[in-house]
Design a protein. Structure first.
Length: 163
């Protein structure tokens, strides 16, 4: 009877050591995981914030152009003309004030318009588009398109106006 009790005690000790070993592995795995999460979310948060800003979907609603209306003699009564709008997305521009002053040198914006755009940018989320100028001339569009590589955050949008 004493021998059986001693065997049971040895098996219990062996199971306790195994449980202690497995528990230690679980705790060490949890600590490694928590350490890695701390490293990614706290220490390297700036790098991942910049990456996440560039990893956004650009959803735009594109309206279908309206058709042409002709009279009985095939003369145009109503049609569409292409117009180009200049749009800025503040989240993609590093310095909105500098960007607007560069655009001002190209197409000539008033100081009041620049101030209005900056106020709009401060009062709304920075990922929303802000219209800078509508109905760009071909000359303005070509000057801006040539410099589009240095004008970060600036987009051109083609729309149709009814004539």
């Amino acid at each position: 009877m004493a021998k059986k009790r001693k065997e049971i005690q040895e098996v219990a000790n062996q199971i306790s050591r195994r449980m202690l070993f497995v528990g230690g592995l679980q705790i060490s795995f949890g600590l490694i995981l928590i350490g890695r999460l701390y490293q990614l979310q706290i220490l390297h948060s700036d790098a991942y914030l910049k990456l996440s800003d560039k990893n956004q979907f650009d959803h735009r609603l594109v309206m279908a152009p309206r058709g042409r209306i002709l009279d009985s003699k095939n003369r145009l009564l109503a049609g569409n003309s292409e117009v180009f709008d200049l749009i800025v997305i503040p989240a993609r521009a590093q310095n909105l004030q500098k960007l607007l002053s560069n655009i001002d040198m190209i197409i000539g914006l008033s100081q009041e318009k620049i101030k209005d755009i900056i106020d709009i940018a401060k009062n709304q989320p920075d990922f929303l588009e802000i219209s800078i100028k509508s109905d760009l001339t071909q000359r303005e569009l070509s000057h801006l398109a040539i410099r589009s590589a240095i004008l970060e955050g600036v987009l051109f949008q083609k729309n149709f106006n009814r004539i």
